[in-house]
Write a protein that binds this ligand. Sequence first.
Ligand SMILES: [Zn+2]
Length: 316
Amino acid sequence: MPPKFIDIGINLTSSMFHGVYHGKRVHADDFSHVMQRARRAGVDKMIITAGNIKDCHRALEIAKDDDELFFTVGCHPTRCSEFERYKDGPDAYFNVLRAMFQDPATKSKIVAVGECGLDYDRLFLCPKETQIKYFEHQFELAEMTGLPMFLHDRNTAGDFARMISENRKRFKDGVVHSFTGTMEELKFYIDLGLYISINGCSMKTEENLKVAASVPLDRLMLETDGPYCEIRTTHASFKYLEAMTEEQQALYKPPAKNKERFELGLTVKSRNEPCAMGQVLTILAHLRNMDPDELAAICYKNTLRVFFPEEAENAD
Ligand SMILES: [Zn+2]
């Protein structure tokens, strides 16, 4: 039996899970197969990452009939221009987000504010000043709801760290997802009481691996960030996947085909999906010289504590 996982960052609203890439249909819709593979591989809950109003509505559609699916509500840094382009203005955009947290029909499905933060790698999608302005604004949602923040930080030269520390009193818990920072940044966030979530992108280089192996166990969470951040042969982490047994291979890294040669029931090369949680676990367990089941249980518990506190109490 595989250990239990919660994929805390999965972009299930992506059209790639329906066979559509960059607006073009490439293969048949295999969303239900993705979900089946996830469950078989021990992924029991998933937190769908929503990054704008449209995403939030889509996430709700996906999550509403499935007891184990949840989602975030917020605006991604690369999407923050939407506040200003919104037909009734930025306040109206903000109010739509805020209303989702208050709506009895959606409330129970929303487990975090986000994803929000800063991303200076993709300033062409949204200028710095706009990102900062609306990141700042979203702390209000965390303040209002008491929910944890699902945070995104890319190449922000200290701006993200500064904003987090300035606003630290406004939110209880926060997770820096898809963490790719330095040892110093890791220490800074840990000192601020944040959690760190690791995926394939967090383990590309030898330096990344050292940082990933140093996240304190009581602050560690796992995610795939699918369909992005798959673990590639060129990544420093890849060699550790050899440690997987045949059974684990079948669950966590099942046979794949290029999207152009798609076969229903197989995975798609370079489209990451939640069944790969076990790959992230295998690598981290190896790096930390730990029993994978034990490590999975720790991450699971951390995740319950932050995103599903009622369940965490029952589990104790
Ligand atoms: Zn992100």
